[in-house]
Design a protein. Structure first.
Lengths: 284, 158
C-alpha cells in the first residue's frame, strides 16, 4: 500500500524540530531512519499530517568515547554502530546483537536512536540497553535530561519520552574488566524480529556467577530484565543445578503474550533454552 | 500545508529535478518518474528486498525511503549498474548458474550481492546466505544464487 498524503519538512536544527512539534503536536512524526515508520505509513497504520525529517541536523550521528563512557548519537546508522571499533571494545553486547538487527539494506538506513525510541519489545537494541546500563539523553526546548534504560521502557511501544522531546544520544558505561557478554535469539529467518532473544552481561570468576544481568526480548510488552534468574545465578557455581534454578526462576520474571509465533508456553520454553545456551556461551 | 516537495538528485549519473508528492517513496519515484522499472515493488514494508536501490553508495529499501529524502543524493538502480558494467560478472554468473526461478527478486539480489563482495571479498557460503537473507522471497532454495555469488567472489580474487 501507499501512505496517506502528508507534508514533509527537512529540519535544519533542533529548535526548528521543537517549533514544529509545538505547532503540530500529535499530527507530526519524527522521521529518522524511517525503517519502522515508513512501513507503518505504507500500511496506513499511521497517518500523520507532517513528517519532520531530522536526518540533516548536524551532530546527531557521532559515536564518541572519553575512555570511560561511550556516547552514541541517535542518528548513528546500524551499519556505523556495527563497524565501530569503540563500540566493539566498550559495549561488546551491542556489537554481538547488531548482526541480528534486520538486514544490510535496513541497517544502512535504520538508526540506533530510532530503534531505542520506538521501543519495540521484540527488538534487540532496547533489550541490550537494559543489560549494559545505558542512559537515554532526551532533549526538549528547555534543556536536556538523562533517563536510565531501566526507567525508560514503560510498556508496549511506550517510553518515558515526552511528546515535546527527542532522543539525541545514548550513553553507555564502558564494560568493566572481567565482564562477559552473550547475545542469542531465535527467529524464523535471519534478520527478522526475534521470537525470543536474550542478552547477558556479567561475571564468572573462578566458575562462580556475579553481577549477572539477563534481558529478554520478545517475551513481554517491553524488554524484560530477569532479576529472579539473576538472583538464582549470583554467588553460585556454573553447573547444571544452577542453570536449572535460573531457568525455573524465569517463571517469576517473564509473562509472555501469545503472538503469531506461538502461545506463551512455547515462548517460556524457548526462553529457558536460550538461557542455558547463553550461560554456556558466557562461560566459554 | 504543501504536500509536494521539489527535489534534485542524481539517478544513474544523470541530474534530475522534479516536483513530487512528499509521500512518494524512492522506488515508485524511479519506476514512475524515471521509468526505470528494474527495481521491483513487492511487499512495500521492507521485508522482501525486491525494491533494493543504492543511495550514496549503499543499498537501501526503496520502499522505506521517501523520494524527498533523496534530495541531493546519488541514486543508482539495477539499470545503472547494468549499463556501467560493474556487475556484469555477477549477472553472467546468475545467468549461467540459472540462479533464478521467477526472477522478481533478482535485481535486488544482484545489488545486495555486489555490496557483500565490496564489504567482504572472501565470503563463506554462510556469509553469503546471511547477507542475502534480506532478499529472501519464496520461489528458490537460494542454492544456485549462493553458487553464483561464490563463483564471482572466487573469480574476482583470482
Amino acid at each position: 500500500m501507499k501512505p496517506a498524503p502528508f507534508a514533509y519538512v527537512r529540519a535544519e536544527s533542533l529548535d526548528q524540530v521543537f517549533d514544529l512539534l509545538d505547532e503540530h503536536g500529535d499530527d507530526a512524526r519524527i522521521l529518522a531512519g524511517g525503517q519502522s515508520l515508513m512501513a507503518t505509513l505504507n500500511m496506513r497504520l499511521s497517518a500523520p499530517e507532517i513528517l519532520i525529517d531530522i536526518n540533516h541536523i548536524d551532530g546527531l550521528s557521532d559515536i564518541t568515547s572519553d575512555g570511560e563512557t561511550l556516547r552514541i548519537g541517535a542518528l548513528a546508522r546500524h551499519t556505523q554502530v556495527l563497524e565501530s571499533a569503540d563500540i566493539a571494545k566498550m559495549a561488546p553486547l551491542i556489537s554481538q546483537a547488531m548482526p541480528h538487527v534486520a538486514h544490510q539494506a535496513i541497517r544502512n538506513r535504520g538508526t540506533f536512536g530510532g530503534s531505542i525510541a520506538f521501543a519495540d519489545p521484540a527488538a534487540e537494541l532496547p533489550a541490550v540497553s537494559r543489560a549494559i546500563g545505558a542512559r537515554m539523553i532526551l532533549q526538549g526546548r528547555d534543556g536536556t535530561r538523562s533517563v536510565d534504560a531501566n526507567d525508560f521502557y514503560l510498556g508496549l511501544f511506550e517510553t518515558a519520552m515526552q511528546p515535546s522531546e527527542i532522543l539525541v544520544a545514548v550513553e553507555v558505561p564502558g564494560i568493566a574488566d572481567g565482564e562477559r557478554t552473550a547475545f542469542l535469539e531465535l527467529a524464523r529467518r535471519s534478520g527478522d524480529y526475534a521470537i525470543v532473544g536474550i542478552g547477558v552481561q556479567g561475571r564468572i570468576d573462578g566458575g562462580t556467577f556475579s553481577d549477572m544481568r539477563l534481558v529478554f526480548l520478545g517475551a513481554g510488552d517491553r524488554p524484560i530484565l530477569a532479576s529472579a534468574a539473576a538472583d538464582a545465578l549470583n554467588g553460585n557455581p556454573h553447573n547444571d543445578e544452577t542453570v536449572a534454578a535460573a531457568q525455573a526462576a524465569l517463571d517469576a520474571d517473564l509473562d509472555p503474550m501469545a503472538d503469531l509465533n506461538g502461545p506463551p508456553e512455547m515462548k517460556m520454553h524457548l526462553a529457558r533454552v536460550l538461557t542455558k545456551r547463553a550461560l554456556t556461551a558466557l562461560a566459554a | 500545508m504543501d504536500q509536494n516537495v521539489d527535489i534534485t538528485l542524481k539517478v544513474n549519473g544523470q541530474s534530475v529535478t522534479r516536483r513530487v508528492p512528499a509521500r512518494t517513496n524512492l522506488v515508485d519515484f524511479v519506476r514512475y518518474e524515471m521509468e526505470l522499472t528494474g527495481s521491483h515493488v513487492g511487499c512495500e514494508h521492507g521485508v522482501c528486498g525486491a525494491c533494493t536501490i543504492r543511495v550514496d553508495g549503499q543499498i537501501v529499501r526503496g520502499c522505506l525511503m521517501l523520494a524527498a529524502q533523496a534530495d541531493g543524493a546519488d541514486v543508482e538502480t539495477i539499470e545503472g549498474l547494468s549499463d556501467d558494467g560493474s556487475i556484469a560478472d555477477l549477472q553472467q554468473a546468475f545467468h549461467e548458474r540459472n540462479a533464478v526461478q521467477c526472477g522478481f527478486c533478482t535485481p535486488g539480489m544482484l545489488l545486495t550481492a555486489e555490496e557483500l563482495l565490496q564489504k567482504n571479498p572472501t565470503p563463506s557460503r554462510e556469509d553469503i546466505r546471511e547477507f542475502i537473507s534480506g532478499n529472501y522471497c519464496r520461489c528458490t532454495g537460494y542454492q544456485a544464487i549462493v553458487d553464483a555469488i561464490e563463483r564471482v567472489a572466487n573469480e574476482r580474487n583470482a
